[in-house]
Ligand binder design. Structure first.
Ligand SMILES: [Zn+2]
Ligand SMILES: [Zn+2]
Length: 210
């Protein structure tokens, strides 16, 4: 009989079988058995905006259309807003009024009497109706015109100032008699508004885009 208490740390009749079953040995190596070498990333020296990259080149013989600059479209001048509130400023009449018993205007292009407002060149005493003027501008938008030719033509067209016949205000009778269609106060107000709005309507101020 062994001594009591036991030197072995346990008594007789105690269960000495292992508490947990030993797991079967795996045929694969453990994770730490792998000697993994991380591949080094190729560090590319990058210049800002990829400026070191090779230039983009079009393939030879490839069909390309016209570039954006080949399309021409004239722009009207952007006038600054009139800030001289309450101050005297030089007002150019928006429209020249031709007073007479009959409308003597005649478009020199289409040889017809302009309907409503038209353009008048005081240097050469020529009239130009609005459809003809619009057609001229539309024609100038064509990119077949060179810069110089276009700007010269626009300058020539700029000489044509807006004009109208006096029929909108009064009617002429025999002699110097003319009857107003509405009071002069109304006319003055209308002219004032028109002169103000004229600074925004830059129809006769051409701007050539370079
Ligand atoms: Zn008149
Ligand atoms: Zn015309």
């Amino acid at each position: 009989m062994s001594s009591y208490p036991s030197n072995r740390g346990y008594t007789a009749m105690v269960n000495r079988s292992p508490r947990f079953k030993i797991p079967p040995e795996s045929k694969y190596p453990a994770p730490n058995a792998y000697d993994y070498v991380r591949p080094e990333a190729d560090v590319k020296i990058c210049y800002p905006f990829n400026s070191s990259d090779t230039r983009f080149r079009l393939q030879l013989g490839k069909q390309i259309g016209p570039s954006p600059s080949d399309y021409y479209h004239y722009r009207r001048r952007v006038e600054p807003v009139e800030m001289a509130f309450g101050k005297q400023r030089f007002v150019i009449p928006a429209y020249s009024v031709f007073c007479g018993a009959e409308n003597k205007s005649r478009c020199f292009k289409c040889q017809t009497q302009p309907e409503g407002d038209y353009y008048h060149n005081f240097d050469h005493n020529l009239d130009l109706c609005r459809p003809c003027m619009n057609a001229e501008i539309e024609e100038l938008n064509n990119c077949k015109y060179e810069r110089l030719k276009r700007s010269n033509r626009l300058r020539a067209l700029g000489k044509y100032k807006p004009a109208r016949w006096c029929d909108f205000f009064h009617k002429h009778y025999s002699g110097d008699l003319s009857v107003d269609k509405y009071p002069r106060t109304v006319l003055r107000l209308k002219t004032r508004v028109e002169n103000y709005l004229q600074t925004y309507d830059t129809m006769h101020k051409w701007y050539v885009q370079y």
